[in-house]
Design a protein around this ligand. Sequence first.
Ligand code: 5GP
Length: 181
Amino acid sequence: MNRIRLKDKEFELFIPESKIKEAIQGMAVRIKEDIKGTDPLFVGVLNGAFMFAAELMKELNGPYQLTFARYSSYKGTSSSGEINEIMPIQVPVEGRTVVLMEDIIDTGFTMEFVMNKLRNAGAADVKLATLLFKPEALQCKLIPDYVGLSIPTDFIVGYGLDYDELGRMYRDIYKIVEPGK
Ligand code: 5GP
């Protein structure tokens, strides 16, 4: 499919599944090397990172602990600026190496909030793995440890990412088409 429609918006194919998988494989190699000798806790950030987390876990294929957490900041196609903790991490993090798995970093405020919380809770090390990164949209001093693909600031859907809760199950990633194009 080259184009999809979700409610009032049109999207065009942007990143095919094969490229996404290749990026995740590269991330897994680096993560595996870095977590050697630690007892890491992997945290998938719902809802958007569910596909990325599943794929990364399959690539790591190891004895690691996995949990999920959920925050919300987005309304429609833009960040609301206010972060709500809907489902906190329910595993003690004190002394642990925590690897956060996020779908996309836009302003960076969500992950900055979560990483600060984890550090305050006594995590020994907090690493951030994001499938997608919009460097031009970043509004804080966040440096992700592992980035799958860096992309421009366009709004995207698919591979876990939604538009008004629709479109998460597409296996490829689509980019919004501005009206008239
Ligand atoms: P940040 O706090 O970095 O601005 O936003 C992070 C969250 O905003 C992501 O977890 C994701 O849910 C949402 N987000 C940011 N950019 C996009 C995008 O292009 N498409 C979709 N569907 N969600 C996005």
